[in-house]
Design a protein around this ligand. Structure first.
Ligand code: THU
Length: 160
């Protein structure tokens, strides 16, 4: 797992101890690695969101020759959910990654922009989102809410 993180998390020692639907969610995120469109970075990210409705919404990174307009996997997954459900309640978000050029030693962390997106979805449902973060051939950690990854954040409370 590498160096311990300096935020609150739980290391998942055996995936089969997790609820069946969470195991399926993590597997769905892993399947997304094959669909990721990342010809420029060759860094493949898969994500999946489980709604209380029981539906899993997948996402993977979508790059572009115009580099900055590419989209991250977890944002694609969350916006996918938001395109189908209005009053949603997210049970969990899974993110995983594969770098064929370098064996990753720790789970994939959501980038800064995605942390902001995750926070917006927490705000929309008025509840923290449970995240399962992993990477190919690396363990999984569980993080209970984006506040652990995005403290002192900017939010709608600053606007009005
Ligand atoms: N990427 C994600 O999909 N999620 C993250 O949180 C980290 C970065 C993608 C964006 C880009 O396609 C590639 O990984 C390399 O940065």
């Amino acid at each position: 797992m590498g160096t311990p993180f300096d935020f609150e998390y739980e290391e998942i020692l055996a995936l089969d101890t997790l609820d069946q639907d969470i195991q399926e969610l993590i597997q769905k995120a892993e399947l997304q690695l094959d669909l990721a469109y990342a010809p420029y970075s060759e860094f493949y990210v898969g994500a999946a969101v489980l709604s209380d409705s029981g539906t899993i919404y997948p996402g993977c990174n979508q790059e572009n020759a115009s580099y900055p307009i590419g989209l991250c996997a977890e944002s694609v997954a969350l916006y996918n959910l938001g395109s189908y459900e209005k009053a949603f309640k997210i049970k969990a978000l899974a993110i995983t990654a594969h770098n064929p050029h370098k064996a990753l030693s720790s789970p994939c962390m959501p980038c800064g922009s995605c942390r902001q997106v995750i926070q917006e979805f927490e705000m929309r449902q008025n509840h923290p989102i449970t995240m399962y973060l992993s990477a190919k051939n690396v363990g999984t950690i569980k993080v209970e809410g984006i506040r652990h990854l995005l403290p002192n954040s900017f939010s709608k409370d600053d606007l009005f």
